[in-house]
Ligand binder design. Structure first.
Ligand code: FA5
Length: 368
């Protein structure tokens, strides 16, 4: 009679058979080797190594097996888990080394670089051009005059023969300053400096006035509500349009080089009679309108660039400012410095001048 078969173990758990355990181990090893960084390896930990991994769950089933099967499965699963843990640690060490190396490379600090240099600021190109223009007139023996930015309505308009019904006095163009009964404006042009100068000095007068002016204009590529003008005023005996033309030609030659000429087109300003719009010959194409066998981009094929207004000072302005028109005559002009800067340096958009970005100002260099 045969005795009891103590090796017989009828209970099996499929997750614990050899093939299943090897599959789980191989899947874990493949995932570990496929992880290319520590973040990827972290995901592998939760899916193949941690408490919820297939091998860990299989391990929990071992207790349900009879003794012999428990022993076999326990050692099988144990070996598989150990192999996975070892591979995981080895991969982690490799990936940590790689991350460290990458960090040292990316965050490298060159300790030999100079540490005591502060970035240089730059003077604003408008300031430099205004001073350059002023220098040209000082070189001709003129003086530089100044006026306030908040100006009396009378000086900004009335003294300049801008009657109360003139369109430039409407709210569209002018920033009025409260309270209205003070009759103050943000000056809309540099021309009130003409009136101020005539009221405070005796002729002969030769003054230039660069400065900031304000208008309720849209802010776009060619307009700004805050911009810059330079005013010129000469009051002396026997002054004519020829003197005006000579002064402007000289200024433009000083700014743009030999051969610069002006052109006058009839215009209207209440404070000058006759009045003209002044154009300068295009400094790129010198009047031909052609550039690189195509249309000149600076003057758009016109050959001329519009600068501003000018004329012989209206006798009514002379009288309002206490100058005898029987003895004296004079000329005045006013043009936009911002537009001049755009032409002189190829600035396509006026807004770049006003954004205050150091990257715009720096290439102009520092001129003292
Ligand atoms: C005047 O301001 C007259 N005071 C000029 C003058 C003075 C004429 C003396 C006669 C005698 P006007 O409004 O055209 O004129 O402006 C002169 C220049 O300022 C323009 O040609 C243009 O270059 C510039 N300008 C005008 N509005 C703007 C603006 N919104 N943004 C930038 N530049 C402007």
């Amino acid at each position: 009679m045969s005795g009891p078969n103590t090796n017989y173990d009828p209970v099996q758990v499929s997750a614990l058979d050899e093939a299943s355990v090897f599959d789980m181990r191989d899947a874990a090893l493949a995932a570990i080797n496929a992880a290319i960084d520590l973040a990827g390896l972290k995901e592998v930990r939760s899916s193949h190594v941690g408490d919820r991994s297939p091998l860990a769950l299989a391990n929990r089933e071992i207790g349900a097996l009879p003794p012999q099967a428990r022993k076999d499965a326990g050692s099988r699963v144990g070996r598989a888990r150990a192999a996975v843990a070892q591979a995981f640690e080895a991969r982690q060490a490799v990936l940590e080394d790689e991350a460290q190396e990458r960090m040292l490379l990316e965050e490298r600090v060159d300790v030999t670089l100079p540490w005591d240099r502060h970035p240089m600021g730059a003077r604003h190109p408008i300031t430099m051009l205004s001073e350059k223009i002023a220098d040209v007139f000082v070189g001709m023996g003129w003086e530089i005059a100044e006026g306030p930015l908040v100006e009396a309505e009378w000086l900004n308009f009335d003294a300049l023969n801008l009657g109360p019904d003139h369109p430039a006095r409407t709210m569209q163009d002018t920033f009025w300053v409260d309270p209205p009964e003070d009759h103050l404006v943000l000056r809309t042009h540099t021309s009130p400096v003409q009136a101020r100068t005539m009221l405070t000095r005796k002729p002969p007068i030769y003054v230039a006035c660069p400065g900031r002016v304000f208008r309720t204009d849209e802010y776009d590529a060619t307009h700004s509500p805050v911009f810059h003008q330079v005013e010129g005023l000469v009051i002396d005996k026997g002054i004519s349009m020829a003197h005006l033309r000579g002064a402007l030609d000289h200024m433009l030659q000083a700014l743009f080089g030999e051969g610069m000429r002006t052109r006058f087109r009839p215009s209207y300003f209440p404070f000058t009679e006759p009045s003209a719009e002044m154009d300068m010959v295009c400094f790129i194409c010198h009047g031909s309108g052609q550039q690189d066998e195509g249309e000149c981009r600076t003057c758009r094929g016109e050959g001329w660039i519009e600068l501003g207004g000018c004329g012989i000072v209206n006798p009514r302005v002379l009288i309002a400012c206490g100058v005898d028109p029987e003895v004296y005559s004079g000329f005045a002009f006013g043009f936009g410095i911002d537009r001049l800067l755009m032409f002189r340096h190829g600035v396509a958009d006026m807004r770049d001048i006003f954004e205050g970005d150091i990257r715009f100002a720096t290439p102009f260099g520092v001129e003292l």
